[in-house]
Design a protein around this ligand. Sequence first.
Ligand SMILES: Nc1ncnc2c1ncn2[C@@H]1O[C@H](COP(=O)(O)OP(=O)(O)O)[C@@H](O)[C@H]1O
Ligand SMILES: Cc1ncc(COP(=O)(O)O)c(C=O)c1O
Ligand SMILES: [Mg+2]
Length: 283
Amino acid sequence: MANVLSIQSHVAYGHVGNASAVFPLQRLGHEVWPVHTVQFSNHTGYGSWTGRVFDGQAVDEVVDGIAARGVLGSCDAVLSGYLGSADIGHAVVGTVARVREANPSAVYCCDPVIGDVGRGVFVRPGIAEFMRDVAVPAADVVTPNHFELDLLTGRGTRTLAEVRDAVAALQATGPRVVLVTSLDVEDTPEDAVDLLAAEGGRAWRVRTPELGLSVNGAGDAIAALFLAHWMSSGSAATALGAAASSVFGLLRMTAEAGSREILTVAAQEEFVAPSRTFEVVEV
Ligand SMILES: Nc1ncnc2c1ncn2[C@@H]1O[C@H](COP(=O)(O)OP(=O)(O)O)[C@@H](O)[C@H]1O
Ligand SMILES: Cc1ncc(COP(=O)(O)O)c(C=O)c1O
Ligand SMILES: [Mg+2]
């Protein structure tokens, strides 16, 4: 079981950021040390929300307090997501350096939350550049969606071969492991969603049905699950299959209930024993 320092947004109502990532990790038996980059009433997909964006100092203060407990050396992973500001991003990367100093085998998983197909870029100016130039190069594992992969690599990938090239280009900047979510390439069927994971010059794909819903927070859940399964199995292929199957189960229940928020709590069995598992194919 791992100790995961999860530095992400928090919402009071609903499930994005830490409010999406923390519980699945706990349900799998991991300890999570959540540090919040923002505290909002609800996710920004609603168009209006209250609450505030914290700053780098606010993140540093909490990490200082954790360090004062003498436990940074037992931190196995840092997970980061929605940042709020580039200043917070610098605090995250500074925290990663502190954790690695205390535990050289700790890993950093960066979910480079920038935007999405359709919605475009939904973070503040400067965040995309910060992700590309600072956070992603510092990471061991990154989990962009297809839109973010293209943006980070300055490409417009349409085929699996182009995606693999872009993933290799991203790996050349630092991260060993890449998970691309919501992959939509030329041979992706209309009614399907692809995901691709790459590690050590190899890549694997999983294909699930596309569900008739559009939700926020699925990316935050899949990044957390992928990291947890990658740490426990040591295999990107295994982690891909497990994370994709769990998130599919979560979203299938969400779609059946017609809920605007993902059913993180009600669908908790899906994190432990997905009701449907999908084949992992090397590509
Ligand atoms: N409408 C959907 N139907 C099926 N699976 C989905 C759907 N939306 C999200 N997912 C699953 O959740 C994963 C993460 O969602 P995604 O939208 O890519 O994350 P993000 O919110 O970071 O953009 C996708 O790769 C896919 O496996
Ligand atoms: C506060 C906050 N955090 C995180 C996210 C990321 O959500 P997703 O997992 O859908 O990328 C969003 C997206 O709306 C958000 O508003
Ligand atoms: Mg995302």
